[in-house]
Structures are given as C-alpha cells and as structure tokens.
Design a protein around this ligand. Structure first.
Ligand code: ADP
Ligand code: ZN
Length: 207
C-alpha cells in the first residue's frame, strides 16, 4: 500500500504515521526527518538546507524530489510506503506521479485554532522520530518510546508556525483537489483524540 499523509503542520501526521506504519508494516518516509538527520550529521545536503529549515522555509523542490526518489528506490519500499511531509505542492505531486504513483492519500483535517497550541507544545525525539505533546508527557524531557532526550524543534516557535501554516494554505491545500480528482483522497477528522483519529484512518483504508 502506497500512502501519502496530508495535513497542516501540527495536524498530527507524524503521530498518526507511527501508528499506521506499525499496523500496516510500511516504512515511514518523512522528508522532514530525512532533512533533520542530514543536518545533524552535517552532510552536504544538511548544510545546504539548515538555514532554510531554521527560518521555517522548505527545501527547494528539485532537491526534495531527488531525495524522495532515491529513498523510494530502496528495497524496503517496493511493497509500499507512507509518505509524510511530501509532496507539498503540485510540482512535487506531479513529479512523484512520474516515478512512483501513490494508491491513497489521507487528509487529516484540523481546525486552525488548534494548530498553534499543538505545535508550540510539541516535543520531538531525534532518535526514534516520536512526536508528543508536552501536556501529555509524564516526564517532559524523556522520550516515552526509546528513552532518549526530547527536543523542541527550531521551527516550532509561534512566529515560524504562522509562516508554515500560511505556506501550507497556499501551496499544499491545492493538492487536496489534485488527489480528489484522481479519486485517491480519503478525509479524516483530526480534531479528535489521537486513538479516534487512528480508528478513522483504519476505517477509511479498509473501504
Ligand atoms: P505534524 O507531523 O502534522 O506536524 P505531529 O504529529 O507532530 O504533527 O503533531 C503535532 C503536535 O500535536 C504534537 O505535539 C502531537 O503530540 C500533538 N497531537 C497530534 N495529534 C493530536 C490529537 N489528535 N490531539 C491532540 N494533540 C495531538
Ligand atoms: Zn524516542
């Protein structure tokens, strides 16, 4: 099953991706995670995009498409994958269609009013990719999945969040029409508790 997760920043893509990939045994491909890993390891790619991401901007399209193309060519992706954070615009979606067509696209819909609180409360695990909200963590500093130290992402500040949401509305929302026309779009209500959102995803995928 080749899946794409769409939704505004903070809509819960990373959170749901962890559940989906575990249940369906798919590799979780998050372009954000790939970029952050490269930044941490100071690779040439990492150095190039560090400045952009710190400012809440995105990596240039051609480079992003190249990174995804390479990742999807690995053997663990032949049976399927879950893409999270890609594609972000029509150019990227059309490029993807040229080398690897997704089967289904899940859109997580969340009210804008909730998003800022979710993102500014997000705590991320650099080791296992886990994403949590500070309000629900017993120990605010330690990853409940792997025990590593949690971090606050540099682009999770209120100022940068506003920019990212604006870019999302302008560039990524048109993808919803794009995939709806292809008959691939499945919508779920992301305003509900994490487990309920996941149940809805399982339900729409089984149809
Ligand atoms: P995205 O990957 O779409 O940017 P995340 O999965 O990282 O979003 O979620 C952003 C923040 O919102 C995290 O702090 C996460 O714990 C929290 N969150 C995710 N899903 C829900 C939900 N259904 N209800 C409440 N908080 C959520
Ligand atoms: Zn972890």
């Amino acid at each position: 099953m080749k899946l794409i997760l769409l939704g505004a920043p903070g809509s819960g893509k990373g959170t749901q991706a962890a559940y989906i990939t575990a249940k369906y045994n798919l590799p979780h491909i998050s372009t954000g995670d790939i970029f952050r890993e490269n930044i941490k390891d100071r690779t040439p790619l990492g150095l190039k995009i560090k400045e952009l991401i710190d400012a809440g901007k995105f990596c240039p399209d051609d480079l992003t498409v190249e990174v995804v193309k390479e990742r999807l060519s690995k053997p663990d992706c032949t049976e399927g994958y879950l893409l999270d954070g890609f594609p972000r615009n029509i150019f990227q979606a059309e490029s993807l269609d040229n080398f690897n067509q997704p089967d289904k696209v899940i859109e997580i819909e969340v009210d804008l009013s909730k998003i800022e609180k979710r993102i500014t409360g997000r705590r991320s695990c650099p080791k296992c990719g886990g994403s949590y909200h500070v309000d629900f963590l017993e120990d605010k500093e330690v990853c409940p999945s792997c025990g590593d130290k949690l971090i606050i992402r540099k682009d999770d500040t209120p100022e940068v969040v506003k920019d990212r949401i604006e870019i999302y509305a302008r560039q990524t929302q048109p993808l919803i029409d794009f995939y709806e026309k292809q008959g691939k779009l499945l919508k779920v209500d992301g305003n509900q508790p994490i487990e309920t959102v996941f149940e809805e995803i399982v339900k729409v995928l089984s149809k």
